[in-house]
Design a protein around this ligand. Structure first.
Ligand SMILES: Nc1ncnc2c1ncn2[C@@H]1O[C@H](COP(=O)(O)OP(=O)(O)OP(=O)(O)O)[C@@H](O)[C@H]1O
Ligand SMILES: [Mg+2]
Length: 306
């Protein structure tokens, strides 16, 4: 079997069973691309920043399915926690949490504690929870706090929003911990109404890919081609796919609106189809034959955007 179309390290994978290959494709967690790499670089910079009274922070914003959480999880994977070490202390270079279910400052601190598996008495009041974190976080060597699902902040009353924002600010200040906050444009406006927060949180946008013939979209096109090229050379199909061309890119863009999340699902569905039908490669025909399981989600997305 000629597997020259795959990078050498991926060739043995193409010889595995259909089931194993599909599992492998479905469990793909990370594909790098320039825009994400830039954001990761900035996160690394925050991670390595010296402790100061005024720590810099990041506000990562983008629509749903633009790939924000995947970047945060990638950062986490690059700095994994070491749990159950011989000296009995966990080492957690990064704390990642989702704001879901937090409406009050107390719930926020409880969520931080839960995210590091720390026990706290349910009756503990705010100062006690804060005191616990002041001890635990330096002991774990934490150098970055990532707060995802920031939109949850916007669902509360104005006062609740302010209290929660103040608590986030206070935690960062007291512990001299840089923070990456992640949400959609909606949460960006909630942050920007607070002068102090907008000064401290530098916004980074993760837009969907543009695909048109203008000069401005040239960089997007190159990134898209890069991702498809990577797919062709790493996805364990047994024949050479042909997806790095204008027709395929146009079709993928049309069906996924250029969102990284939908695009990944699209390529996964196409690869599964290629394996299950024995075609073993993806071409423009695959896209019209296969079932794209996120088709309705994309339709809703399109409707909301109008
Ligand atoms: N760089 C990537 N490499 C591989 N897969 C990715 C990447 N980015 C996104 N995905 C895929 O797309 C899905 C959606 O991405 P993600 O959860 O990061 O979006 P999001 O911007 O956080 O969306 P939401 O605002 O709804 O939380 C992921 O579950 C993952 O399967
Ligand atoms: Mg997310």
């Amino acid at each position: 079997m000629n597997l020259d179309h795959l990078d050498e390290e991926f060739q043995p994978l193409a010889l595995k069973s259909d089931k194993e290959r599909i599992e492998r494709i479905q469990s793909l967690k990370w594909i790098g691309y320039p825009r994400a790499n830039k954001i990761l670089q900035r996160m690394e910079w925050l991670f390595g920043h010296a402790r100061t009274d005024r720590m810099p922070n990041m506000l990562l914003v983008g629509e749903s399915m633009s790939g924000k959480t995947s970047i945060a999880k990638r950062m986490l994977a690059l700095h994994p926690a070491q749990i159950g070490r011989s000296d009995q202390t966990d080492h957690r270079p990064i704390i990642y949490l989702q704001l879901l279910g937090c409406s009050t400052p107390k719930e926020f601190l409880q969520t931080v504690l839960e995210s590091v598996n720390a026990f706290y008495p349910p009756s503990a009041k705010l100062p006690r929870l804060m005191g616990m974190l002041e001890k635990i976080i330096p002991a774990m060597g934490t150098k970055l706090l990532i707060i995802d699902e920031l939109d949850h902040l916007v669902s509360g009353t104005r006062k609740a929003q302010r209290d929660l924002r103040d608590q986030i600010k206070l935690l960062g200040n007291e512990l001299q911990l840089p923070i990456v906050a992640i949400g959609t444009m909606q949460s960006r406006s909630a942050f920007e109404t607070d002068q102090q927060l907008s000064n401290r949180f530098q916004p980074f946008e993760l837009p969907s890919w543009r695909y048109d013939k203008s000069d401005q979209a040239e960089e997007d096109l190159q990134s898209l081609e890069g991702i498809l090229q990577l797919w062709e050379t790493t996805c364990p199909l047994r024949m050479r796919s042909q997806i790095v061309n204008d027709d395929c890119i146009e079709k993928i863009h049309e069906d996924t609106l250029g969102y990284m999340g939908y695009m990944m699902r699209y390529l996964i569905d196409a690869s599964e189809h290629a394996i299950k039908t024995g075609q073993e490669k993806i071409t423009i025909d695959t896209f019209s034959e296969m079932t794209f399981y996120f088709e309705n989600a994309v339709k809703n997305h399109r409707r909301e955007a109008v």
